[in-house]
Write a protein that binds this ligand. Structure first.
Ligand code: GPU
Length: 841
């Protein structure tokens, strides 16, 4: 369909083209106009939410103008596009980021002041876009930011959940989940009702002969659900490039089939169908590092993969190029195995719908996809039951079997007569029922597989993908250590620190080349600089203390050492080790003389994070933290020496308050279990130190910042297996200090001991799988070192500044460079047509 304005009318069009505001005055014009007309509010009816809305809409206009231009530019340039498929995008708030990227925040602040509002209050009106669980989803958001900033023609594809991750309330020390309906007013999304894709489920496969006498599979029957596109602009920093995040929403099909039902008078039936269709994109599954194998989840996955692939293929076909060039034009990155069906769907499109031969198609598929693995933990590896897939996606299951047969044939040829090898690497697990192993399928269907930190990438090569390394050779497996965007995690979260750094480095170049931070080390003797650094940290702690006071009623002393552990609650992340250590500290303080107490540095132990609703042990850990807080915070013997706080509903916006306010943060997973971690990077970048195990990216952080600037403890990954074995077959020796902690719990010091029995027993009686007891002594001892180190504030500060100066490697810009170079073979498209891909002013 021809939809462009005819040549003769374009001049008139251009004359009236939207400009967006460029001055404070114009900002006020636009904000007030939006409040009065778009929102139909008035001078007499304008609260902070309305002020937020008007401000957001004014900035949105600016974004949209660049967004349209970027999309046009990318269409004309016709170079390789990158597609990032992720079931999670944990975006947080958009407006502050839009202001940073448009570059008019100061004008808007002044304008809002004139209109009677305060910028920070207005910003905090925005509801987080919380379409993710934790690290995996936030990584996707950081990558979008980097890809736009670095001018890559790159789109994200995801699901538009009506309900994101639940809101957590703590009621009487227990987690309560409340649904997060976030779409009430969301100015950052644009419905594209003209971009709708029919998605098929169920039905059956038959074989037909096409006009050339070739046998083709035809997938018929079943039901159709519509995928409607909702687009979200993703602005880059320091560049007009504004990329697109396309989120699919499910709707009942408007096709003939369903109208028949409606017309035949089955009104209730058609409404029920509608609701069933909408269920697909209704809610984000709230599990992190855990898969439940529910049919609706598989439906979500196929719905999103099929819609995205249709869209990607449609865009490719516009260029009228040979199919063989598909991988030169398209790179698709799979964020974990959740989008693995995209591999099968592309093969189906090429073979069944486009008539390519199997091998030709499969070559295209392999060269198009890259797969990122985020865990080695068995409970998180996706497996779908064959009967379930047979019923929902009959043609896809056939293709999976065909892929598997050909793969196993190849393996058999290379390694004859090794039946065990075939059993181990098969996509199909021969259990009852049979299961489809998605990680195997993703590995076989991609040209590169990467882990997210060096240790993790080594582990996948030697454990879950060992046989695949034997089969394919080592080059298919690579590492791209995670990173974070310095725009959000330094400049936005910690504006004063960013400003101080800029004043020393002579500008904000470090925000697009984080390695520039290393010049900070030359200011280690600059007294005024160090004093200001310290003042900024203190101010950030005061802000957090006020927030804690307001939300929990607990008073904490901002001069105390702030010790923070915020992340999803999981036994492998070992919040239980932290709280058991806190109890040990409490018992130690209680046993101290007043003189001894005076020598101790006051502490605030801050916890935050959500437990998956069905994860009872995680909920028990939350309850123990709250129960300990109840006792400790009221204990007059203890006073400021120890406070224990649970911050409710940890999310991206809370992270922006917590991260800049830490002295120490805890990244204490059992060695070998945390693939990377990314909050470790955020805390160090904000001038906090880390207590951590030799796990995930902690190891590379240590290598970069130096081992004297981090507090490492605990057993190494290489020893974990033997230790676990010893728990079962040797004699399990509970750490004596931990034993004292358990007797305090069991004697009811923190309320009904029965509530904590399962938690204690998991360590004492059930094998201590996460090595809490093995690491306890070293953990406690290391906290002692932290107490000592914190007393020398000057040395402490030096560690912090040195660490920040050496964090350049952990920018997500570096990740994207590496993906582009080593996996995607994609180039940036700078808006000025220049040769380099770096952001331009
Ligand atoms: N991660 Br698998 C998640 O957040 N959710 C998941 O379902 C899986 C992994 C995390 C890893 O636990 C964390 O170590 C890593 O930094 C992050 O993904 C991003 O790679």
């Amino acid at each position: 369909v021809e939809s462009s304005i005819p040549e003769g009318q374009r001049a008139a069009w251009r004359k009236h083209s939207a400009q967006g505001f460029t001055t404070k005055e114009q900002f006020e014009d636009e904000a007030v106009r939006h409040i009065e007309t778009t929102l139909a509010r008035s001078l007499f009816n304008c609260d902070e939410l309305a002020a937020y809305s008007g401000t957001a809409l004014a900035f949105r206009d600016r974004l949209v103008i660049e967004w349209n231009r970027t999309q046009q530019r990318q269409s004309f340039a016709d170079q390789k596009r990158v597609y990032y498929l992720s079931l999670e995008f944990l975006m947080g708030r958009a407006m502050d980021n839009a202001m940073l990227n448009v570059g008019m925040k100061d004008a808007a602040r002044a304008g809002l002041n004139e209109l009677g509002f305060n910028m920070e209050d207005v910003i905090s009106q925005e509801h987080d876009a919380a379409l993710g669980n934790g690290g995996l989803g936030r990584l996707a958001a950081c990558f979008l930011d980097s890809m736009a900033t670095m001018n890559f023609p790159a789109w994200g594809y995801g699901l538009r959940y009506r309900y994101g991750i639940f809101k957590q309330e703590i009621v009487d020390g227990f987690q309560v989940e409340v649904p997060d309906y976030w779409l009430d007013f969301n100015p950052w999304e644009f419905p594209r009702h003209d971009v709708t894709v029919d998605i098929q489920f169920y039905g059956y496969v038959s074989r037909k002969t096409d006009e050339n006498g070739k046998s083709v599979a035809v997938w018929e029957g079943g039901e159709i659900v519509d995928a409607v596109a909702f687009d979200v602009p993703i602005p880059g920093y320091g560049t007009p490039t504004t990329n697109n995040l396309r989120l699919w929403s499910s709707q009942a099909s408007k096709g003939e089939f369903d109208f028949q039902k409606f017309n035949s008078g089955n009104y209730e039936g058609s409404v029920a169908d509608q609701q069933r269709a909408e269920t697909i994109s209704a809610v984000l599954y709230p599990n992190e590092n855990f898969e439940t194998g529910k049919e609706l989840r598989l439906k979500q996955q196929y719905f999103w993969c099929a819609a995205s692939l249709f869209d990607i293929v449609r865009r490719f076909k516009k260029g009228k190029k040979a199919w063989s060039t598909f991988p030169e034009n398209v790179a698709i990155q799979l964020n974990d195995t959740h989008p693995t069906l995209a591999i099968v769907e592309l093969q189906r499109i090429l073979v069944d719908l486009e008539g390519l031969g199997w091998d030709e198609a499969w070559n295209i598929v392999i060269n198009t996809f890259g797969y990122t693995n985020h865990t080695v933990m068995p409970e998180a590896l996706e497996k779908w039951s064959v009967p379930l897939m047979q019923n929902l996606l009959p043609r896809h299951l056939q293709i999976v079997y065909e892929v598997n047969a050909r793969f196993l044939q190849m393996v058999e040829k290379k390694f004859p007569k090794d039946r065990d090898l075939l059993t181990r690497v098969s996509i199909i697990e021969e259990t009852q029922p049979k299961m489809v192993r998605m990680a195997h399928l993703a590995t076989i269907g991609s040209h590169k597989v990467n882990g997210v930190a060096e240790l993790h990438s080594d582990l996948i090569r030697t454990t879950i993908f060992k046989d695949f390394v034997t089969i394919y050779g080592p080059d298919k497996f690579t590492n791209v250590t995670n990173g974070i965007t310095p725009r959000r995690w330094l400049h936005q979260a910690n504006p004063r620190l960013s400003e101080l750094i800029a004043s020393k480095l002579g500008g904000y170049d470090f925000l697009t080349d984080l390695t520039k931070l290393n010049k900070l080390e030359t200011f280690l003797d600059d007294k005024a600089f160090k004093k200001e650094w310290q003042e900024i940290k203190y101010a950030n702690k005061v802000r957090l203390a006020q927030y804690i006071q307001k939300t929990t009623g607990v008073s904490v002393n901002p001069k105390a050492l702030f010790d923070i552990q915020v992340k999803r609650i999981h036994e492998y992340k070992r919040q239980q080790l932290n709280i058991l250590g806190v109890i040990h500290r409490y018992l130690t303080i209680k046993a101290m003389s007043p003189e001894e107490r005076k020598k101790l540095a006051p502490r605030v132990s801050i916890f935050g994070g959500k437990a998956a609703p069905g994860y009872w042990m995680a909920k028990t850990i939350i309850h123990l933290v709250c129960a300990v807080g109840e006792v400790v915070n009221k204990d007059k013997d203890v006073g400021d020496l120890l406070k224990v706080v649970y911050v409710e509903d940890y999310n991206v916006s809370k992270a922006e308050i917590l991260t800049p306010a830490s002295d120490i943060s805890e990244h204490i997973s059992t060695a070998g279990t945390e693939a990377s971690g990314t909050s470790n990077m955020k805390f160090v970048l904000n001038g906090g130190l880390v207590i951590g195990t030799c796990d995930g990216a902690n190891i590379e952080i240590t290598r970069e910042i130096g081992d004297s600037n981090i507090f490492l403890f605990g057993n190494l990954a290489e020893d974990v297996e033997d230790l676990r074995h010893a728990h079962h077959y040797g004699s399990f020796q509970l750490d004596p200090d931990l034993a004292k902690v358990f007797s305090a719990i069991k004697s009811g010091t923190f309320g009904d001991a029965g509530r904590f029995a399962a938690l204690c027993d998991s360590i004492t009686d059930h094998g201590d799988y996460y090595l809490v007891s093995d690491d306890f002594a070293s953990y406690i001892q290391t906290h002692g070192l932290i107490d000592e180190a914190f007393k020398d504030q000057d040395a402490w500060l030096e560690k912090c500044i040195t660490s920040v100066s050496r964090m350049g490697f952990f920018s997500s810009d570096r990740c994207i460079d590496q993906y582009a170079e080593e996996i995607w073979n994609a180039e940036p498209l700078p808006p000025d047509g220049g040769a380099n891909g770096k952001a331009n002013g």
